[in-house]
Design a protein around this ligand. Structure first.
Ligand SMILES: [Ca+2]
Ligand SMILES: [Ca+2]
Ligand SMILES: [Ca+2]
Length: 127
């Protein structure tokens, strides 16, 4: 109700400003898949906005520690299924291999231990 009123006012008062506001709102919405070093979304964190088939060249934000084989919890803040694999894609290859863990859209998992996937992820594929 309030939003509709505000939009109406903006549209009437300054037609151009509505388009500008819409553009900045769209650019602000970037869906991110977060992985965390510890259970309960603790420790280092790293986000992905698309498929990344090699965690070995990634570091937890603000650290020099590799993301490889360290993920203990995840927060899927995207509309996509994200499949984690235990083995990255080998150089020249396009497929990740090994054990898998599937994260459903808009869900979080505070502990991958009960999924037999603690400290195993080396690759994330957005479906
Ligand atoms: Ca990477
Ligand atoms: Ca860990
Ligand atoms: Ca779990």
């Amino acid at each position: 109700m309030l939003g509709a009123i505000a939009l109406g006012i903006a549209g009437v008062a300054v037609p151009g400003s509505a388009a500008i506001a819409q553009t900045s709102a769209e650019s602000a919405v970037v869906e991110r898949f977060w992985v965390f070093e510890n259970d309960n979304f603790g420790g280092g964190r790293k986000s992905y906005t698309g498929t990344d088939r090699n965690f070995e060249n990634d570091e937890w934000d603000g650290t020099s520690r590799s993301v490889s084989d360290g993920t203990s919890s995840v927060d899927n803040n995207t509309s996509r299924f994200v499949v984690l694999y235990a083995n990255r894609a080998e150089p020249g290859e396009t497929n990740c291999t090994g054990g898998q863990y599937t994260s459903q859209p808009w869900t979080a998992d505070s502990d991958l231990s009960n999924n037999n996937f603690d400290n195993r992820a080396d690759c994330a594929v957005f479906r």
